[in-house]
Write a protein that binds this ligand. Structure first.
Ligand SMILES: CC(C)(COP(=O)(O)OP(=O)(O)OC[C@H]1O[C@@H](n2cnc3c(N)ncnc32)[C@H](O)[C@@H]1OP(=O)(O)O)[C@@H](O)C(=O)NCCC(=O)NCCS
Length: 174
């Protein structure tokens, strides 16, 4: 198991091909993907394809969506991480948690440490996040971790807010 980093309450590790059941558990919940332009998963075979086609290839860049576990009991609660989007050249911050884990501050904690890891350790110049304009919980997370609102635009035919953070900002933030 490749651990990426720990936070006070969480551990972030790389996914493996064996993690299809937990990706399925996450992406079969309509409430989890409500503001995300992705189809509801119907089985673990589809989840495995997401792992092999989308998640695992990002690890070659030292980036990726990482599985998030609570340190107290090693329960899987979701994922958080950085993804390079070649079409736009941006490094995207994303997170997604099981509904049972919402409202405990976990997304904020995972995202805050992911930002610091990306900017300071990976030396990424700028990290971007895009959020559906009605995804108020996610907007709150981005604002709590100090990301700066840049603009509203249309992405994948959805109205989104774009937030960014770069190294001088993170120094001020921390
Ligand atoms: C977005 C998501 C990761 C947030 O996870 P979380 O663990 O609940 O987030 P946190 O507890 O760290 O913080 C959420 C904040 O939003 C607030 N919030 C939640 N719902 C809200 C709403 N409808 N309106 C306004 N604020 C809201 C919470 O009160 C909290 O703020 P606070 O700490 O000041 O009280 C979670 O809802 C999720 O997985 N959603 C589905 C996937 C998704 O949308 N990912 C983001 C794509 S951009």
């Amino acid at each position: 198991m490749r651990i990426i980093f720990e936070t006070p309450r969480l551990l972030l590790r790389q996914f493996t091909e064996e993690d299809a059941p937990i990706i399925y558990k996450l992406n079969r919940d309509p409430d989890v993907i409500k503001y995300i332009h992705e189809p509801l998963l119907e089985n673990e075979t589809q989840a495995k394809k997401i792992l092999t086609d989308i998640i695992l290839p990002q690890y070659k860049l030292n980036l990726g969506r990482w599985a998030v576990h609570t340190k107290s009991d090693y329960e899987f609660i979701g994922w958080c991480g950085l993804k390079y989007i070649s079409e736009t050249g941006i490094t995207d911050l994303g997170y997604r948690l099981l509904k049972t884990e919402w409202g405990k501050g976990y997304a904020t904690e995972a995202a805050q440490y992911t930002l610091i890891y990306g900017l300071r350790d990976l030396k990424i110049k700028c990290i971007t996040a895009m959020v559906h304009v009605q995804n108020f919980a996610s907007i709150k997370v981005l604002e709590k971790i100090g990301m700066k609102f840049k603009k509203e635009t249309i992405f994948d035919a959805q109205p989104v807010k774009v937030y960014t953070l770069s190294l001088p900002d993170v120094n001020n933030f921390c």
